[in-house]
Design a protein around this ligand. Sequence first.
Ligand code: ADP
Ligand code: ZN
Ligand code: MG
Length: 485
Amino acid sequence: MDYEVVIGLETHIQLNTQTKIFCSCKADSWNEAPNTNICPVCTGMPGVLPVLNRAVVEKGALLALAINAEMPPVSYFDRKNYFYPDLPKGFQISQFDCSLAKGGWLDLPMPATEKSAAYLRRVRIHKLHLEEDAGKTKNETVAGMSHRLIDFNRCGVPLIEMVTEPDLRSADEAAQYLTRLRQLLRWVGVSEADMEKAHLRCDANVSIRPVGADYLNTKTEIKNVNSIEAVRTAIEKEVIRQKKEYDAGRKIQSWTLEWDEDSQSLKKMRSKETEADYRYFREPDLLPVYLTEEWKAEILADFPELPLARRTRFIRDYGLPEYDADILTSERSLSDYFERVVNAYQGGDPKRVSNWLLNDVMRLLNDGGLTAAELKLTPAYLAGIIKMVDDGVVNTNTGKSLLEKVNRTGQSPREIVEAEGLAKVSDDSAIRAVAESIVAENPKEVESYRSGKVGLMGWFVGQLMRKMGGKADAPLARAIFEELL
Ligand code: ADP
Ligand code: ZN
Ligand code: MG
């Protein structure tokens, strides 16, 4: 039997606000000592009152707008009741039936593979709501006794929960969804979206059905997958397990499974709770949230062009291949940088700018752990370097070595070329004299070249470059060697 895979993802997104959702404790306490970033509000002491952080609503609204979701004019907070040691109040303040946003979608450009052409997958978003995070527990053995320790630092950290419709059709699409969601979150500036730091967490709901069927089969829910690769692998394994079950004539049980990163396997955690178990009711200590048109307009005021729109525009207006456009729009600051270089490189070919960025500038970024906005190599300097290479002022290698020098010193490339005398030597007689001396000094290599080892040409040009400080016009040097040899 051929099966189709059906996946829906639930993600929790940690917002990058300064303070927590209902108190003024710092929101981010990554790497801080346990229980140092807490107060009576976020540890749920009796008698305290929550106060909603305005920035949380604004960031939630930004994301909702970015996925074309609908935002009703009023939303409410609710109590989700459950008992767990890391939840000091005994309930989590969340949103239930009247959440900040509903609907919308995220488009996934799926790249071509050996088996299929490129296509676009539209994933509908079911809902998006705001809530507070819980604390963390861990087991530790101290002096031979096992303890359960609780850290409340994370209590009250603002989260968005975003749930998709069951629209994803493969592990690859699930991985692509997370990649695109992470890109979007960083792009609109609502979250650092670092999965390793649990800024972005994902539960994957997986079922399979016969190809062509339109009903939904029983699903399982995979928890605790904290990297995009883990999501992909966990789903692939679960799909294989479900196929085996159906092929053996058994049914799938609605289990919650836990991904174990160490053994790369899935373990059954529990049979699932239902919503009724949480006894939701309106949070009486918070007012409804009225998202007025004025407030929305304020939030929208500096709404950026979104990554997919920019990707499409780069392909259309600059004639870039999809591959280039994809990488250049992977981060907002990189795509801004690219456009500034293109503008400064008046009339030059944008593909040439893209090549310089993808081959050489990306290396500077990766080596230095920098974003494009942090480069001392400004867009104008980079355009200047490419122009100098185009105009024959310096050769390509000198141009490339300038990138690092300019970025280290912040000096203009023209100044460096003048100060260090890096201008290209294109004088035929100067190059010829050096080439002749190399030919005279290396009879063995000349002999091999003449007897057919033409690959030695690179070696000859290399020798010449060494003698001339890398400044010679390389094509001219090659032509002269060809003549001499
Ligand atoms: P639950 O009541 O178990 O929490 P929901 O209907 O709230 O289930 O859906 C949770 C997530 O599971 C959503 O992302 C949804 O798209 C996805 N989902 C629902 N049914 C299926 C299914 N049969 N197969 C795969 N995913 C599903
Ligand atoms: Zn607090
Ligand atoms: Mg649910």
